[in-house]
Design a protein around this ligand. Structure first.
Ligand code: MN
Length: 364
């Protein structure tokens, strides 16, 4: 905790607590705790939480078995042992608090225990507070996100030539996982999507026994975790010659993706970006088949704030990081999705996955 950026994050959180009328917040997810402490702990069912009060006081409540990992963390820490009522110890740290925000990712059983000990507190969802902080990245985070993306760019480039007719989705998945391992990456952002032919019409298809056939479009969506920061990219390839419809839909999604990227600049809203991408697909007559938001924030979590969607009127600011990933999904036929992660700059954005081509690639 000797490093300045952790202190800066904490003091930003304190002032957000003040400006939103909260006396304290309970921070609890592994990702949120990492953001404020630099230590990654999966506490599973045990209670691990950081209390931050608007007055500036902080206290970490942690299972005793994590004592070693937390030795240098620099917070006032209360360790508890199995058999103790950890929520009672936590409640003691919320003495005289009236309004308390709670990490949205905290387990409800811990919250329910805490509520029992503090019946007069008004509780609220702390996810918007934490999301607001984390959605604007500092230079150090941006560098980690770029490096994580460069690893993914190499993996995707090495993987594409291995896609051929006759290979099954699960065989291809194994090769993809092997390429990640070769880069030294063991944690993935999520289970990869390898979806060939009609399976591509399911945005989150799980790879199975389906075999790639000549004339299939195949969607590959993958990402890894490097130094705790995620990457995420989707490309759609064609195995053999595409049909007229496949080509037309591919070009439409590519245009939508590029229109989304062009719409990203400080001062525009996230809804503007969604509209820019969606209107291209609507104008092409496929609006009903673009069934999800245009994108999501990315950082320590693969899905975080901000959501790039129609109802998000929040202004875009430099340092935000999110995906632009329009798609068209035609049931029984095929799907197309193209996704890059972009970093918002002073006058537009930088795509961290631009090194991997978005032109329709025909694999043979
Ligand atoms: Mn994504």
């Amino acid at each position: 905790m000797n490093e300045n950026f952790y202190k800066q994050r904490l003091s930003k959180l304190q002032s957000l607590l003040g400006s939103t009328g909260n006396d304290a917040i309970v921070v609890a997810s592994a990702a949120n705790l990492f953001y404020f402490t630099g230590v990654w702990i999966e506490a599973h069912e045990r209670l691990l939480a950081l209390v931050v009060r608007s007055s500036g006081e902080t206290c970490l409540l942690a299972p005793d078995l994590h004592r070693g990992e937390l030795a240098d963390v620099g917070f006032d820490t209360v360790f508890w042992r199995d058999g103790e009522d950890a929520s009672k110890l936590l409640a003691a740290r919320l003495e005289s608090c009236t309004n308390v925000a709670v990490d949205g990712a905290w387990s409800s059983r811990h919250l329910l225990g805490l509520m029992k000990h503090r019946p007069n507190v008004r509780w609220s969802d702390g996810a918007p507070l934490l999301g607001t902080l984390r959605q604007v990245k500092d230079e150090r985070e941006l560098e980690l996100i770029r490096r994580s993306a460069e690893t993914l760019n190499r993996v995707m480039s090495a993987f594409a030539p291995r896609i051929r007719a006759g290979r099954s989705e699960s065989e291809l998945l194994d090769e993809l996982l092997e390429l990640w391992k070769r880069e030294g990456i063991r944690d993935l952002s999520f289970d990869p999507t390898v979806a060939t032919g009609a399976n591509g019409a399911n945005p989150h298809h799980t790879p199975g026994d389906s075999v790639v056939r000549e004339g299939d479009l195949i969607i590959i969506d993958t990402g890894g975790v490097l130094d705790r920061y995620c990457s995420d990219m989707t490309r759609t390839f064609c195995v053999g010659e595409p049909s007229e419809e496949q080509r037309a839909v591919y070009e439409l999604v590519k245009e939508a993706h590029l229109a989304g990227i062009r719409a990203v600049r400080p001062g525009a809203t996230l809804a503007d970006v969604d509209r820019a991408a969606r209107s291209v697909i609507e104008a092409g007559g496929y609006g009903a088949y673009f069934v999800h938001r245009t994108g999501h924030g990315l950082g320590i979590d693969v899905h975080e704030e901000p959501a790039v969607q129609a109802d998000n009127d929040e202004l875009i600011v430099p340092g935000m990081v999110f995906s632009i990933e329009p798609g068209v999904y035609l049931p029984g036929k095929f799907g197309v999705r193209i996704e890059d992660i972009v970093i918002v700059t002073e006058n537009g954005c930088e795509s961290v996955n631009a090194a991997v081509s978005k032109e329709l690639t025909v694999l043979r």
